[in-house]
Design a protein. Structure first.
Length: 758
């Protein structure tokens, strides 16, 4: 069938490219069937019939709103999928619109323009013939010349066409500038049909609206359109990008010197221009420049002082935390109406436990402070102390709230404390769409005593909102292991609060007798103290232990060992369920023993027979999956792990869905929500925070070097309740033990708090 290329779609064609997999394959043909389509990111799996070929091929890639029967020109590379065989990975595509009257009629009847009936299609074609599509796209004002089409219908046709093709035009534009089509979904979601115009006219806008990837996309587009490297817009966007990067690494600020150094080294921006941009951003309120005391690093020579450069939101959070804590510390405390003897009797009566002298001492003093911290390693009785404090508060008729940063940590707290616990976000009334919290100093929580477990996971902004929402007349108790990994978000809040010395901190050091016998607890404390775990103790033991080290030197061998452990050895020797009870924790996502590869091989080993949701889609019935975003409607939260318990295979892809069982509670997912899930046979150590598992298997290899840290190893070991197995090299363990840098995040909170005390 004759074809034509419309001008706006044709503009991005004929861009030569080679990929590591080989030379580009160029095919023209027809989409035969859409196997899968994700409307969120436009990822598509389809059957494609090339011209002159007898059989359809499988094509995969990013392609918006594909329609069976469309003619396309595809450029891509051949790859072999481990399960589905040979397929063409789409690098770029071009829509080939029909040029004949019959082809145009068939194309319009496919539904590309919503609400366009057969009679109207016939009238359009009778009037414009083979120019019908050109008129709809380029000269829609002429549509009113057709009998029965007024201005309203003409506008509807033009807008429907524009909406249908806008994302494709965006993809062509991105292809033209050498930008991955994987970003098209997020960009289109942000800007809609105006996306291309915004990227053309205001490219650095995307650096503000899509932190992280946005600056590099904007910079590439702007420079290819002739923008100069010293364009003020570019320099300002660069500064903001660097600050966002620093926040992503956990820092509250960058030094002015470091910001200028990176501007020069990475983006060819001179120091004077960078300083001017910082001052402009500061004047506008987007960043805050603040002089600070002597820090490690070089002095800002042009300022004659050290300069901290903050994103304004992070500066507001850090200063707000300090001010709010000052308010807590200045309010007098009314001692509770209960003595030591009464406390002891109450704990015995309610919990049937006898506290240690260390725990008893904390219990007697904790309610004498409006804000206090309880810290300590595993086996030191933090949870027992939480239960005891809650029991005493009940006795005193205090309104007590238990909370934690994540859903899984809150559920675990609720189980062990035998009292309802909520996530901080839910408690504070977080609104995802507006990105704000309902509870604050003007509408505070109704609480007398609030206990926050896993407080090391609370970042600066969440802590700021928490402190605003808790009345200064109440008691706030933060409980956490300061030696665990810090929060994913910026700040090292619990550590800074303890180091400042202004908040009463109770450190539990006594390990209980039962815990002293556990190799997991013993080795966790060895790691905490900077010592290697005891790796040889159980080598020749015939009985079962809780802690094992299997020395392997090659990543491929480590991978095979982990599969063997999870699929056969641990279930056989320890009687544990290979999917539900065993959790693999890797320091990294990429690499042979990263979470991505581990999930693929573990899925094949542990769930090989189950059918997937659709060809090329990873999820199968019985798979272990993790939810990635807080969803308060579904009441499922970032990091929750469940098992796929049902898959509905409807004929229409948009209707396909699956169900996940989260601790006997079923949650349904539509096809467009699948991006909220990932396989969870293996997860990162960071994602495991706040959870415990019957058994954990931890690969530790020199290839993990960028993330080998003492607190990461410590966190991984303390996730195991009954069994911990490390597979890897002593060198990797030694590297992690020696790399003790949890406090290297840049922050001035410690200094601000010390000034409160002064």
């Amino acid at each position: 069938m004759p074809i034509k290329r419309l001008s706006s779609i044709q503009s991005g064609q004929k861009i030569s490219c080679l990929t590591p997999q080989g030379s580009l394959t160029d095919l023209e043909g027809c989409l035969d069937r859409i196997t899968f389509y994700n409307p969120e990111n436009h990822y598509t799996i389809a059957k494609f019939c090339p011209k002159g070929a007898q059989n359809a091929i499988t094509v995969v890639g990013f392609m918006p709103a594909p329609t069976a029967g469309e003619f396309l020109k595809l450029d891509g590379t051949w790859e072999t999928h481990i399960r589905y065989g040979q397929q063409l990975k789409i690098i770029r595509f071009e829509v080939l619109l029909p040029a004949t009257v019959d082809g145009i009629r068939k194309y319009l009847k496919s539904g590309v323009i919503k609400g366009l009936g057969a009679k109207t299609i016939s009238r359009l074609i009778r009037h414009f013939g083979d120019q019908t599509l050109v008129v709809i796209e380029s000269e829609p004002e002429k549509l009113i010349d057709v009998k029965g089409i007024g201005k309203a219908i003409a506008k509807q046709i033009a807008e429907s066409w524009q909406s249908h093709h806008a994302i494709r035009c965006l993809m062509i534009f991105l292809q033209k500038h050498g930008i991955s089509l994987a970003y098209s979904g997020r960009i289109f979601k942000q800007y809609g049909v105006a996306a291309v115009d915004i990227l053309k006219d205001h490219p650095y806008q995307i650096a503000c609206d899509l932190p992280g990837m946005g600056f590099y996309i904007a910079d590439r587009i702007a420079q290819q359109q002739g923008a100069l490297s010293d364009d003020p817009q570019r320099i300002r966007a660069c500064i903001l990008h660097l600050l966002e990067q620093a926040a992503g690494d956990g820092h509250m600020f960058m030094t002015g010197h470091e910001a200028r150094r990176k501007c020069a080294k990475l983006f060819d921006i001179d120091s004077e221009s960078a300083s001017a941009a910082m001052l402009e951003l500061s004047d506008e309120g987007q960043v805050v420049q603040e002089a600070m005391e002597d820090q490690d690093g070089e002095q800002d020579s042009d300022q004659g002082r050290y300069l901290a450069l903050y994103l304004s939101a992070l500066h507001r959070a850090e200063t707000g935390i300090a001010q709010r804590i000052k308010a807590f510390l200045t309010v007098p405390v009314k001692p509770p109406d209960i003595n030591q003897e009464q406390m002891t009797r109450e704990i015995l009566a309610r919990l049937a436990i006898q506290l240690s002298s260390e725990q008893q001492s904390v219990l007697e003093e904790i309610l004498l402070h409006h804000i206090a911290i309880i810290t300590g390693g595993p086996g030191t009785g933090k949870t027992t102390l939480i239960r005891s404090i809650a029991a005493i508060c009940d006795r005193l008729q205090h309104k007590t709230i238990l909370s934690a940063p994540t859903g899984r940590a809150a559920r675990r707290l609720s189980e062990v404390a035998r009292k309802k616990a909520s996530t901080l976000h839910k408690l504070l009334g977080y609104n995802l769409e507006q990105n704000n919290f309902e509870k604050d100093e003007d509408d505070p929580l109704n609480v007398d005593v609030m206990i926050v477990d896993e407080a090391s996971m609370v970042d600066a902004q969440l802590m700021f909102h928490l402190l605003k929402a808790v009345p200064v007349t109440a008691t706030l108790i933060l409980v956490g292991d300061v030696f665990q990994l810090p929060s994913v978000g910026p700040g090292n809040i619990l550590s800074d609060l303890i180091q400042s010395g202004v908040i009463r901190t109770f450190e539990l050091k006594e390990i209980f007798r039962q815990a002293e016998k556990s190799p997991i607890i013993v080795n966790a404390h060895r790691v905490r103290e900077g010592k290697l775990p005891n790796l040889d103790k159980n080598r020749h033991s015939e009985g079962l232990s809780e802690f094992y080290f299997i020395e392997q030197y090659q990543p491929e061998t480590v991978l095979k060992t982990i599969v063997e452990l999870c699929s056969r050895k641990i279930p056989e020797r320890f009687g544990l369920d290979p999917v539900r009870d065993i959790q693999v924790l890797s320091p990294m996502h990429k690499g042979t023993v990263g979470t991505i590869q581990l999930n693929q091989v573990l899925q094949e080993a542990l769930n090989p027979q189950s059918s997937p949701l659709a060809a090329g889609i990873q999820f199968r019935l019985g798979d272990k999956v993790m939810h990635l975003k807080n969803n308060y409607t579904k009441e499922v939260f970032n990091g929750d792990i469940g098992i796929i318990s049902g898959i509905d295979q409807f004929p229409k892809l948009s209707q396909r869905r699956l169900s996940v069982n989260y601790d006997e509670r079923l949650v349904d997912y539509e096809s467009e929500e699948l991006d909220d899930l990932i396989l969870a046979y293996a997860i990162s150590v960071h994602k495991s925070q706040g959870s415990e598992y019957p058994a954990v298997v931890i690969p530790m290899m020199p290839q993990h070097h960028p993330l080998l840290q003492r607190n990461l190893l410590y966190t991984a070991i303390t996730r195991g309740k009954k069994l911990v197995i490390i597979v890897g090299t002593r060198q990797a363990l030694d590297t992690a033990i020696k790399n003790d840098k949890p406090g290297n995040r840049l922050s001035l909170l410690d200094q601000r708090l010390k000034s409160v005390r002064a």
